[in-house]
Design a protein around this ligand. Structure first.
Ligand code: API
Length: 276
């Protein structure tokens, strides 16, 4: 089967996007792993499959697969690329797009200058929503990574995140500790691990070791998780600029029960086709 795709990225977090509205397409785990391989396939962090909605009130459904083939609930950078994709392909002419995802519905607002604001839904700090098992100590959770104890804030943004506040962002720590916590026994469905350096109440540096991928150039849900964790812990203000390796995201959260708003770019790199 000849598969047509579009290669895109949000701040260097890269995607292969497939139109399954015009023609149904299904992928098995082995196909996704092969396509994601940067030597043997196309190469991507996530595969995004755009489908017709199952809910008549929605415009589309889109499914998200990590490079290891696991299907996940939410992808912030992917949502912005999804919006650009459906407009570029004239699958819609709406600038406010309602989308079904595995975590529920999200709303995308396409702005000028190639920016998209995503209503990411409300976060949850309840461990059972990640899921995560542990006893808190004053709102932080201790976890051992190797022989070192880390204190983190577990946050669900529809997908699970563990946010660790650090004084410095060190390559070795992100890689080693990220891998250890991603697969820690206390996270039965694994977890995305964010390393957050607070510069000021409205500015952070952030690196994310993503579940099912490894460290990426940027993570939209990770930026949302880090900001809401920082606000909950009293370190951050309601509007924050998150500096990721690939660029900046603007995150806003007004507190419990309100949605997180994320604004950032989406770019198309090339179109291609490949035999599955
Ligand atoms: N690795 C994530 C999914 C992609 C998230 C990230 N690419 C984003 O922009 O939010 C997970 O397993 O939950």
């Amino acid at each position: 089967m000849l598969l047509k795709f579009t290669k895109m990225h949000g701040l260097g977090n890269d995607f292969v996007v497939v139109d399954a509205v015009s023609r149904k397409v299904f992928f098995n785990k082995q196909q996704i792993e092969r396509l994601s391989d940067r030597n043997w396939g196309i190469g991507f962090d996530q595969l995004l499959v755009v489908e017709p909605p199952t809910d008549p009130d929605m415009d589309f459904r889109y499914r998200i697969y990590n490079s290891d083939g696991s299907e996940v609930e939410h992808c912030g950078n992917g949502a912005r690329c999804f919006a650009k994709f459906v407009l570029d392909r004239e699958l819609t002419n709406k600038r406010i797009i309602n989308v079904e995802t595995k975590r529920g519905s999200i709303q995308l607002r396409v702005l000028d200058a190639g920016l998209v604001t995503v209503d990411m839904g409300s976060p949850s700090f309840e461990p059972q929503d990640l899921p995560f098992t542990a006893d808190p100590c004053n709102g932080l959770y201790s976890i051992m990574a190797g022989d070192t104890e880390y204190f983190m804030t577990p946050v669900s943004v529809g997908n699970p995140h563990a946010v660790i506040k650090v004084d410095q962002l060190l390559d070795e720590e992100v890689t080693r500790v990220g891998a250890l916590i991603e697969c820690h026994e206390r996270f039965p469905r694994k977890v995305n691990v964010g390393f957050m350096q607070v510069i000021s109440p409205d500015e952070i540096n952030l690196r994310v070791y993503e579940r099912g991928v490894g460290e990426t150039q940027a993570c939209g849900t990770g930026a949302c998780a880090a900001v809401v964790a920082g606000i909950k812990q009293g370190w951050l203000s309601p509007k924050v600029t998150a500096h990721l390796r690939g660029g900046d995201l603007h995150i806003e959260w007004q507190g419990e029960g309100t949605p997180i708003l994320m604004t950032g770019p989406a770019e198309k790199v090339f179109e291609g086709q490949i035999y599955l």
